[in-house]
Design a protein around this ligand. Structure first.
Ligand code: NDP
Length: 274
């Protein structure tokens, strides 16, 4: 039996084992997928004897350094969320961007072209989604991060100075309205979500949180209170990026609708988590 894992810290909240188990059941593939809580990523990867792994916060940039080979999109992101074992070392890929764009354009039927976009955060998640958003045709992309040097580094890495701009947190009130607001911070995992200015929201704004479940409550509530036209959490992206990883490992892309509906029902409190 092939063995897979998601490696992160903390990782207890991860729905990836449940999603991959559902994909395996639906496609008739025999495999094991577990969560590994790893404060030290390198040590956890060295001890892992499986065939492939997903990598989640805060280790995606660290994972890129552990790879013998990087896909184009992982290289562009400087971050890896999918590791595949090969005889000469780990192959790293990043399915976050494809997962987000598929959820927004396919499940939510959004046209991303020319959207003036604000990306909050510059960690591994932001690095994964930024190149895919640019490829999907968004307009200007503003990146704001608590640590401004990381926002600058991401903007530089994207290599499109005419379209990508990094700004300070203190600039937020003067940036005007956005067509697309994306929260890619992990702030929702803490007790209080940082206060954001309502001036970011206009009548055409779509707000997207990469977080899901309890971690999305702060941003999603703020976006709803501000009158955003659509408010989308990260559950759909989670399922889509998982399907992309599954396809890399098993050569078949599973259907995502059933597990998405199941997890959405749990999230809405309609059925229990078990
Ligand atoms: P990282 O640890 O790599 O980055 C965390 C980011 O959040 C950094 O930009 C950090 O800023 C910022 N941040 C953390 N706390 C605060 C705070 N209190 N106020 C402001 N900014 C803060 O995490 P990831 O990028 O991997 O993940 C970010 C979020 O996105 C997580 O909630 C994760 O679950 C979610 N995610 C969801 C996915 C999905 O499939 N739905 C896929 C990927 C991510 P700084 O640099 O200043 O520390």
């Amino acid at each position: 039996m092939k063995r897979f894992a998601v490696i992160g810290h903390p990782v207890a909240h991860s729905l990836s084992p449940r999603i991959h188990a559902a994909f395996a059941r639906d496609t008739g593939i025999d495999m094991e997928y577990v969560a590994i809580d790893a404060p030290d990523f390198d040590a956890a990867l060295a001890a892992f004897a499986g065939d492939g792994a997903n990598v989640t916060l805060p280790h995606k940039q660290r994972a890129a350094l552990a790879c013998a080979v990087l896909s184009d999109r992982a290289q562009r992101a400087g971050a890896v969320n999918t590791l595949t074992r090969h005889t000469h070392g780990w192959h790293g890929d990043n399915t976050d961007g494809a997962g987000l764009v598929r959820d927004l354009t396919s499940r939510n039927q959004l046209d991303l072209r020319q959207r003036r976009t604000l990306l909050l955060g510059a960690g591994g998640g932001s690095r994964g989604v930024a190149p895919a958003l640019l490829d999907a045709g968004i307009g200007d992309l503003y990146i704001v991060n608590r640590n401004s040097a990381r926002a600058d580094a991401l903007a530089d890495a994207l290599g499109e100075p005419a379209r990508v701009h990094s700004r300070y947190l203190a600039d937020l009130p003067s940036l005007g309205e956005f067509d697309l607001l994306i929260n890619a911070t992990s702030a929702g995992h803490e007790t209080l979500f940082p206060i954001l200015p309502m001036s970011l929201i206009g009548p055409r704004t779509t707000a997207v949180d990469l977080s899901y479940g309890a971690a999305a409550i702060g941003f999603v509530s703020w976006a709803r209170a501000g009158g955003c036209r659509e408010v989308i959490d990260g559950l759909g992206m989670l399922v889509e990026q998982a399907a992309e990883s599954f396809a890399i490992w098993h050569g078949v892309r599973p259907d995502t609708d059933a597990i998405y509906a199941e997890l959405r029902a749990v999230d809405a409190g309609l059925v229990s988590a078990d």
